[in-house]
Design a binder for this molecule. Sequence first.
Ligand code: ZN
Length: 174
Amino acid sequence: MDDGPSGPSFFLARARLRPVRSDDHAWMGAALRQARAAGRKGEVPIGAIVVVSGRVIGRGANRPVGACDPTAHAEVTALRRAARTSRNYRLGGATLYVTLEPCLMCLGAMVHARIHRLVYGARDPKIGATRLLRQARAARLNHRFDVTGEVRAGECASLLREFFRKKRRVRNPS
Ligand code: ZN
């Protein structure tokens, strides 16, 4: 059987990346809207949403600069809002959609929140934490979740590319 979209396995060396589901494309569109909103405010354009039973219960646009908060990543913001909405810090049954492969901090937050599934857009070879997690032998964590990668990866990545291209142009006008 095909593993579906390629990508790193989480938590277990044997874990397989899960296949894309029919509604993943549409939900990633909602995360992309959050990413664009972040970009309009001059933040790195990354967006996330948390979905439970076909309903968005938390949205997050990346905003560490505006919030003066190094933890204000899209995923953390979306998880905080989702937890507030459901009046429970544990988000069993939740799927988190994020436009960029998450960092170690955000993956840790997802473990604490006990999410059910993670779907990310573009891979992040620098900050994406899957490799670190494997090295940390995170298989011993008492919570695991399914991961699907590279959903609308092209759109997610081009938002970021365009953002950094503009930034460079401002810094080095030719
Ligand atoms: Zn993060």
